[in-house]
Design a protein around this ligand. Structure first.
Ligand code: HEM
Length: 394
């Protein structure tokens, strides 16, 4: 295949099931490629180069943005669009929130809600697994995490599903403004009357000896809303789609459920839902013999890195017990995803329940499922049919 890297578009490639035809060729012949799209940018494709650049915050900055094209937010997202040393201050705050004990405590609630959601459609023998199951679950978990009161959950779920599925920029702006205003109200109420939740915890914390401001709290809420829900939902939807396309894999997980955690890691590698992020060079850098000038946009293709045959033998096969599996689906270095344990927990519980209760589900129309490029490789709808199971008595 003749490769035309000057017209390479990471967003288009992310919609393809056979994306690796493009990336394989780039890794072999042009591992550091320049494209004219999106105002001009470079792409790193080999695992070794992408891994090093992801960790190198001195030469590859997360400012002014990590999105390409930029999502157009009025200011950088905290902490993902901060560099050290400022990044460390916010990250220390967040690490407290993601303490392993706090995450483990979610398992019971997640399981209960997963069972409840399956109950709502199980008797029908058909459902939209994305709209009836994966999106509602991941949105609900974020509401617990952010301390959204029960009476506001329905509104919040509509916003988050709206933000993932909306096609119209004006509508998107409207939804974002509504969420922002809602958070501002919540944060103001917690300032007045603290509760045992995230906003109160942040407002009671300090950075450099001064209290965290309401504006910083809002920024963290906005980051967590985007970073936590859409990513986990995208992974869940791909997971259930792939278990339809790869029946042997489903059979193996049904026979050996102890493989579920490592299978989830492998699906994360194979899919790479957050398929890359942008960095900007702070000086001239040389990568694999190519010079990239200062101030250039560089796309770190975690999707390509996760299919690099020099790191992952047979990268196009889903091997549930692959070892080692140094995938970059959660990034690497100081920005490595703090939400990974929470995402893994949701994915494991969803998968366990679906395998137990709907073991024979099938996609109603596999050809109708498509991947939409946002910050993640989104699947918005996943209609399935299955043999209706007995109602759960848990
Ligand atoms: C399968 C689901 C998820 C995937 C694939 C994912 C992926 C990523 C990746 C690749 C990064 C690194 C960004 C960078 O290097 O610039 C990241 C950062 C981040 N993620 Fe996740 N994420 C997931 C779930 C979550 C969840 C559930 C939360 C929170 C509830 C979360 C919160 C964050 C935050 C706050 C950051 C920024 C960390 C920093 O800059 O220090 N993520 N995520």
């Amino acid at each position: 295949m003749e490769i035309r890297t000057d017209s390479y578009d990471h967003r288009h490639v992310a919609t393809l099931d056979d994306h690796d035809d493009v990336h394989h060729e780039m890794r072999a012949k042009c591992p550091v490629a320049h494209s004219e799209n999106h105002g001009g940018f470079w792409t790193l494709t080999r695992h070794e180069d992408v891994d090093l650049a992801t960790r190198d915050t001195t030469r590859f900055s997360s400012l002014p943005t990590v999105t390409l094209p930029a999502v157009g937010a009025p200011k950088p997202f905290i902490p993902v669009e901060c560099d050290p040393p400022e990044h460390q201050k916010y990250r220390t705050l967040l690490n407290m929130v993601f303490r392993p004990r706090r995450i483990e405590e979610f398992e019971g609630r997640i399981r209960e809600h997963v069972v409840h959601l399956v109950d709502t459609f199980a008797a029908n023998g058909r459902a939209d697994l994305a709209k009836d199951f994966v999106f509602p679950l991941t949105a609900r978990v974020i509401t617990w995490f952010l301390g959204i009161p029960d009476e506001d959950v329905a509104r919040f779920s509509e916003w988050s599903l709206g933000l993932v599925t909306v096609g119209d920029p004006e509508e998107e702006l409207r939804l974002q403004t509504e969420i922002r205003d809602y958070y501002l109200g919540l944060i103001a109420r917690r300032r007045e009357r603290p509760a045992d939740d995230l906003a109160s915890h942040l407002l009671a914390s300090t950075i450099d000896g001064r209290p965290v401001t309401e504006e910083e709290t809002l920024d963290i809420y906005l980051t967590l809303t985007g970073a936590g829900g859409e990513t986990t939902a995208a992974t869940g939807n791909h997971l259930f789609r792939l278990l339809d396309l790869h029946r042997d894999l489903r059979e193996r997980l049904l026979a050996e459920p102890e493989l579920i955690p490592s299978a989830i890691e492998e699906i994360l590698r194979y899919v790479t839902p957050v398929y890359g992020f942008r960095r900007t060079t702070t000086c001239e850098v040389e990568v694999a013999g190519t010079r990239i000038p200062q101030g250039e946009a560089v796309w770190l293709s975690w999707l390509s890195a996760n299919h690099d045959e020099s790191e992952f033998p047979e990268p196009g096969r889903i091997i549930p017990d692959r070892k080692p599996n140094r995938h970059l689906a959660f990034g690497a270095g100081v920005h490595r995803c703090p939400g990974a344990p929470l995402a893994r927990l949701q994915l494991r519980v969803m998968l366990e329940e679906i395998l137990t209760r709907l073991p024979d589900y099938q996609l109603a129309d596999p050809d109708a499922v498509s991947i939409v490029p946002a910050v993640t490789r989104v699947i918005t709808s996943l209609p399935i049919v299955f043999t209706a199971p007995p109602r759960s008595n848990r």
